[in-house]
Design a protein around this ligand. Structure first.
Ligand SMILES: Cc1cc2nc3c(=O)[nH]c(=O)nc-3n(C[C@H](O)[C@H](O)[C@H](O)COP(=O)(O)OP(=O)(O)OC[C@H]3O[C@@H](n4cnc5c(N)ncnc54)[C@H](O)[C@@H]3O)c2cc1C
Ligand code: SF4
Length: 300
């Protein structure tokens, strides 16, 4: 059993107070804790203070086309207007981890989920035995030893579908509120999300008249596992679009006038990196398969 470090903990009752506390150097925001708490046990972060969102009532509200960031993925997957108008978002919530984790994990935490790597998301002793890596404690990348950057994979299940729906993320910070397009939440250098100190994801706004979107997740086991590929495909009057994630720090977006063009574009654009969980060649082949399957599942 890994010990839990001693930490300062605050649970403010207003967004302004939360933003003030979260702006302190070394502060970390805590929502469901399903990702952050294991990371703390692994010694990946040593926050000066944990700022909990659990008393921020504004984060637990929902109304048509507005979802609070504190809603659990299970709650989001059960909202009737989400199922009717944004079914790929409901489907994506249901593919995260397990039903128990979906009941604790929040939408905001999913949007802010750090990139993942088998060499990084490990207990401290494991990492240190390997000499660490560029993302933490070390000087080389074990995935791409000749590279100079980190290629840990963006792995948040809800992002590809939200991206194609054109969702906006509402962020509250010391300077007030602003909106960020979901597609701008993921940086190619692996910073997820691009928030300034003290900024808290308050909610998600979905546009009216969304395109038809289908979400698919390829994983090695039917539950608990993170994705080997996350695929969302949409169709509107201009043609088809796909967002493919879990292959690098930033999801890959492609478009095509028809399905064969989309599938070819996706296959050409996605270059999965080596992990010891699955062969690169297999994942590359599965891009074609998963994008084709998602396109075939779009409503007629
Ligand atoms: C066994 C297991 C399997 C998992 N499988 C998957 C999976 O398949 N797919 C997947 O997407 N995730 C998976 N997860 C990760 C996690 O459960 C989800 O991503 C979840 O949605 C994270 O939400 P949370 O509320 O628990 O976030 P937390 O753990 O509380 O926080 C995660 C990160 O987001 C930041 N954060 C949280 N809330 C906010 C906010 N409102 N504003 C700004 N920053 C914030 C935190 O500071 C932290 O950096 C898995 C976790 C476990 C333990
Ligand atoms: S991709 Fe490389 S630098 Fe990034 S976490 Fe993995 S091993 Fe570390």
């Amino acid at each position: 059993m890994l010990p839990f470090p001693r930490l300062n903990y605050e649970a403010p009752g207003t967004l302004d107070e939360a933003a003030r506390l979260a702006a302190e150097p070394g502060a970390k925001i805590l929502s469901g804790g399903t990702d952050l708490l294991p990371s703390l046990k692994h010694g990946l972060f040593r926050p000066s203070v944990l700022v909990s969102t659990r008393r921020l009532e504004a984060l637990y509200q929902q109304s048509p086309r507005q979802l609070g960031a504190g809603l659990s993925l299970r709650d989001v997957s059960r909202v009737s207007w989400v199922n009717a108008e944004y079914p790929a978002l409901a489907a994506a919530c249901r593919t995260v981890a397990t039903p128990t984790i979906q009941g604790m994990a929040t939408l905001g935490g999913n949007l802010a989920l750090d990139t993942r790597c088998v060499y990084y998301n490990q207990p401290e002793g494991w990492r240190v035995a390997l000499g660490g890596c560029l993302k933490c404690e070390g000087t080389i990348c074990h995935v791409a030893p000749r590279g100079s950057g980190c290629y840990a994979a963006h792995s948040a299940d809800t992002v590809p579908a939200l991206w194609l729906y054109g969702a906006q993320v509402r962020v509250h910070g010391p300077g007030g509120e602003r909106s960020i397009d979901v597609s701008a939440m993921c940086q190619s250098d692996g910073r997820v999300p691009p928030l300034a100190p003290g900024e808290i994801i308050a909610g998600v706004r979905l546009p009216a008249r969304p395109p038809a979107v289908v979400h698919r997740k390829l994983r090695l086991r039917a539950a608990i596992d993170y994705a080997q590929l996350l695929v969302a495909v949409s169709r509107d009057d201009d043609g088809y679009r796909a967002v493919i994630s879990a292959v690098g720090p930033r999801p890959v977006a492609v478009a095509g006038r028809n399905v064969p063009e989309l599938v070819d574009a996706a296959h050409a654009a996605v270059q999965p990196l080596a992990t010891h969980l699955s062969a690169v060649t297999w994942r590359k082949k599965m891009v074609r398969v998963e994008v084709s399957r998602a396109a075939a599942a779009l409503p007629a």
